[in-house]
Design a protein around this ligand. Structure first.
Ligand code: ATP
Ligand code: MG
Length: 360
């Protein structure tokens, strides 16, 4: 028998429901490994960072935290944020610090409709609806450029400027990533999203780069759509989408819309990738710490388990990722749904069903 491939995973549950859904995801992944006849195993290390850690120590993570993380095969993250800690401290002190330091410039957020889940869309039970938002995760509107209290401008009162940064290199790499992803999908199509009719510098550069890069992918269908029109398209013609590539802010908003259309924020998975693999990539549900339901066993673990599937893909275990997807579909199809989906199942009930569904 060959030695099992052991993947070292750093778990950072952080705050609120993050703790519940990371525990659920770990249980499902451990069950999967146990069932692999020794083919692979996970070796976990859990880090206690987050808002409680901040309240004890004045830091969201250890000073040398990035050093502690840098040799793991992947990071499995819960959610960060708590009402007692300002967002700019909690978010920048942990999650965004990891994203930026590990150059996780590609963020992917699949939108996938599940059997047995009703959604605001008429096509709710059409499980064929399936697209991916590719989010530029390193620059754009979230570059952190600008300032407040700029004197000598405006008509009195404080003035603030928030600048979006677009670089040719940044645009090109996220677009090539999107095109390469499109080539792995049944529908080879990339939709590029901007607001270049109103934002005439950065977004026009984005459009120019998109045109140039698309020439290298003649086998992939393309379209350029303004973000307002794309919001309508998500609702009215989602069957026309496959890969949607957008800047940091636009993709952030569109992917939340996508997950709401699929039925709940609790279903949405994401991956923050360092495609060059110089640093570990990070896998996390799209939702936040949900203080309103934290600690009550009500959190939907499917977003976290879907993120675990993206992690398996990244680790070179696509067949195992597919097993997780089948387990998720078997669970929702059987009507085992948490409260956000109109059901009465607890986090543990769903986790148990997912484990039972691994052989579905
Ligand atoms: P963030 O600022 O971190 O994005 P947020 O303020 O957008 O967080 P969330 O914490 O994601 O908000 O919660 C938004 C709503 O979605 C809340 O009503 C919450 O209860 C619900 N929600 C979030 N995650 C889940 C989940 N896993 N299961 C069920 N409901 C959830
Ligand atoms: Mg949010």
């Amino acid at each position: 028998m060959t030695a099992p491939r052991t993947f070292r995973i750093a778990a950072i549950p952080a705050d609120g429901v993050g703790k519940e859904v990371v525990a659920a995801g770990r249980a499902v992944l451990d069950a999967l490994a146990e069932d692999s006849a020794g083919a692979f195993a996970f070796e976990w290390e859990e880090f206690p960072w987050g808002c409680e850690y901040y309240e004890r120590t004045g830091k969201m993570m250890d000073e040398d935290g990035l050093d502690q993380l840098k040799d793991f095969d992947a990071i499995y993250f819960g959610a960060v944020g708590w009402p007692t800690v300002p967002d700019h401290i909690s978010l920048w002190g942990l999650r965004l610090k990891i994203c930026q330091s590990f150059d996780q410039w590609a963020n992917i957020r699949p939108v996938h409709f599940l059997p047995g889940v009703t959604s605001p869309l008429r096509k709710a039970d059409d499980t064929e609806l399936d697209w991916v938002v590719v989010r530029e995760n390193s620059e754009g509107e979230y570059a952190g450029l600008g300032g407040r209290n700029l004197s000598g401008r405006g008509q009195g009162g404080e003035v603030a400027v928030q600048t979006a940064l677009f670089t040719e290199v940044g645009c090109e790499r996220i677009m090539r990533f999107a095109f390469d992803l499109a080539r792995t999908r049944t529908r080879r199509k990339v939709s590029s999203v901007t607001k270049s009719n109103a934002q005439q510098y950065g977004m026009v550069l984005w459009d120019d780069v998109f045109k140039r890069v698309s020439a290298d992918y003649p086998d992939v269908e393309t379209e350029s759509v303004l973000v307002d029109a794309m919001s309508a398209k998500f609702v009215l013609r989602p069957e026309d989408l496959s890969v949607v590539v957008a800047s940091n802010l636009n993709a952030d908003i569109l992917s939340d819309l996508g997950s709401a259309l699929a039925g709940s924020l609790g279903l949405a998975a994401s991956a923050n990738l360092n495609p060059e693999r110089r640093f570990p990539s990070m896998f996390e549900p799209v939702h936040g710490s949900a203080p309103d339901i934290a600690g009550q066993g009500l959190a939907n673990p499917i977003g976290a388990v879907g993120s675990a599937a993206l992690m398996l893909d990244h680790l070179g275990l696509p067949a195992q990722a597919a097993r997780l997807h089948r387990a998720i579909e078997a669970t929702t199809a059987a009507g085992i749904l948490t409260r956000d989906l109109g059901g009465t199942a607890t986090t543990d009930d769903v986790t148990k069903a997912l484990i039972d569904g691994l052989n579905a």
